[in-house]
Write a protein that binds this ligand. Structure first.
Ligand code: BES
Ligand code: MN
Ligand code: ZN
Length: 497
């Protein structure tokens, strides 16, 4: 989608006029440049009883060259950025290209700038389909274009905000593309290849891939053991933005779980819904998408990313329950369930992150079914050893509507995970209760301390419930599949300093 801003000039093929409750006449500028007859129709629509401006209301007015859609936003003082974003997304989803692809949105009286930005953002985010494996329609009408129209005094601020939103959305859409790719097309080495390709023509970006041999040399058996059962061998991918900037400084390191398919391995899953496990690399997709978003918005700070890529398959070469893993940290893990694989690969990723002089570490993982039991699809589970970091993640999540909800990291869970009789850790808790907290308690063992002092500030985001939409879930910025969750929140966290 091409997005621009202007004053109330063009009328477009489709003109959207979102207005507030109590609008019984057309706001100033609503009908500017419409033909006389179109203008009369639109004005009568506003005056009619069938439109009052309540939320969820919409009215289409057909004029000769332009479909005018009036949308109710409810009471002006009740409007939030979330409501604006969601309404923009839903409105976009309802449009048809039959009448042309040029959309104009008119933000007339009463619109505050943050709400205009969010409404436009909703439209941009929703403009996404994953159709690369489908036959193209014969009468493809080409991409949408969108013009956001405002009063002159808002225009320059609105334009630069929309440029930023658009750039961030390229990262969200990339994360969705990666998440939606089936596991036979996107496996660990292919993810690495795409990352290298992405970095190739960007001078302030570096990508490095550690292949199977390198992982062996480094002793990263957390990643190796999980991935060795597949013909597609595991790898670790490093993302570096502005690698030469301020090299002494502590900078954020973002780590992603990248299981390109999680069959469960020898502890194999049931077949119902197993196809969804192609999305088990969404943590890594978010990391890649975040780097794209940071790059596209021109962020000048240094940031590190690590993704732990493996395919969890059963085979004669697969790891087994009962095996002991020698992780990169030197700590050993007793495998009780090969389906608790995400924590094994993250053990190596988190320990490595601790070597990169991080200001903080955030990991993203579709880690547990338990977090979905706890929070449904409404929020990402947030675990942290640091109150300030946790609060910041909650704040940015609230702001962009990618909610993170704090869950406890209690000593009792750590104790369960460190009570193996034959190794330092066990990869499964002692019962099914508190499974998401058990997993977090396990991960915490792989967060390094700073010079023997306190642990590096760290947060773990369990995105198992928020990474994908397979039914009628509530994230209206996506219609189906991968959501690209946490790209926008982490982009805001990092760029706001
Ligand atoms: N990838 C799954 C978790 C998951 C479940 C993600 C549903 C998305 C939707 C993870 O690897 C897993 O299998 N976790 C197990 C852990 C258990 C064996 C200790 C789980 O949560 O059941
Ligand atoms: Mn699993
Ligand atoms: Zn998994």
């Amino acid at each position: 989608m091409k997005v621009t801003t202007s004053g109330f000039l063009d009328t477009g093929d489709i003109m959207i006029i979102p207005v507030f409750e109590g609008s019984n006449k057309a706001p100033n500028n609503a009908t500017t440049n419409l033909s006389r007859s179109a203008s009369i129709s639109v004005k009568s629509a506003f005056a009619s009883d069938s439109f009052t401006g309540k939320a969820e209301e919409s009215l289409s007015v057909w004029t000769k060259n332009c479909q005018v859609i009036i949308i109710g936003m409810g009471k002006k003082d009740d409007l939030t950025t979330k409501k604006s974003r969601d309404t923009g997304a839903k409105c976009f989803a309802s449009l048809s290209k039959n009448h042309g692809t040029k959309i104009v949105v008119r933000y007339t009286s009463g619109w505050k700038i943050n709400n205009m930005i969010a409404f436009t953002e909703g439209m941009i985010l929703r403009d996404y389909v994953f159709d690369k494996y489908q036959k193209k329609e014969e009468d493809d009408k080409g991409p949408w274009s969108l013009i956001g129209q405002t009063a002159e005094r808002y225009e320059s601020a609105f334009r630069s905000a929309i440029e930023n939103v658009y750039s961030v959305a390229t990262g969200v859409h990339l994360a969705r593309d990666l998440g939606n790719e089936p596991a036979n097309k996107l496996y660990p080495e292919e993810f690495g290849r795409r990352a290298l390709e992405w970095a190739k023509d960007k001078s302030n970006v570096e990508v490095e891939v550690w292949d199977y041999n390198r992982l062996k040399k480094e002793g990263m058996y957390g990643l190796i053991e999980v991935g060795k059962g597949s013909i597609h061998k595991p790898c670790m991918v490093f993302f570096r933005l502005n690698p030469n900037f301020d090299i002494e400084a502590e900078v954020p390191c973002i780590v992603g779980k990248g299981i390109t398919f999680d069959s469960g391995g020898i502890s194999i899953k049931g077949s119902a819904g197993m196809d969804e496990m192609k999305l088990d690399m969404h943590g890594s997709a978010t990391v890649f998408g975040l780097f794209q978003a940071l790059y596209a918005t021109g962020y000048t700070g240094r940031v590190n990313g690590i993704t732990c890529m493996a395919e969890n398959m059963p085979s004669a070469e697969a790891y087994r329950p009962g095996d002991v893993i020698n992780t990169y940290s030197g700590k050993t893990i007793e495998v009780l369930n090969t389906d608790a694989e995400g924590r094994n690969v993250l053990a190596d990723g988190l320990w490595k992150a601790g070597e990169l002089n991080p200001s903080y570490i955030i990991d993203l993982a579709t880690l547990t079914g338990s977090v979905v039991v706890a929070l449904g699809h409404e929020a990402t589970g947030l675990f942290s050893n640091n109150k300030l970091l946790s609060q910041k993640i909650q704040n940015v999540g609230d702001e962009v509507d990618e909610i993170s909800w704090p869950l406890p990291l209690l000593p009792a869970f750590e104790k369960q995970m460190t009570s193996s009789k034959i190794a330092d850790l066990r990869n499964q808790g002692k019962g099914r209760w508190g499974g998401a907290s058990q997993a977090a308690g396990f991960l915490k063992q792989f967060v390094q301390e700073r010079e023997g002092k306190s642990q590096i500030p760290w947060a773990h985001l369990d995105i198992a419930g928020t990474a994908g939409i397979w039914g009628g879930e509530t994230n209206v910025t996506v219609s189906h599949g991968a959501t690209g969750v946490q790209v926008r929140a982490l982009h805001l966290l990092i760029t706001q300093g």
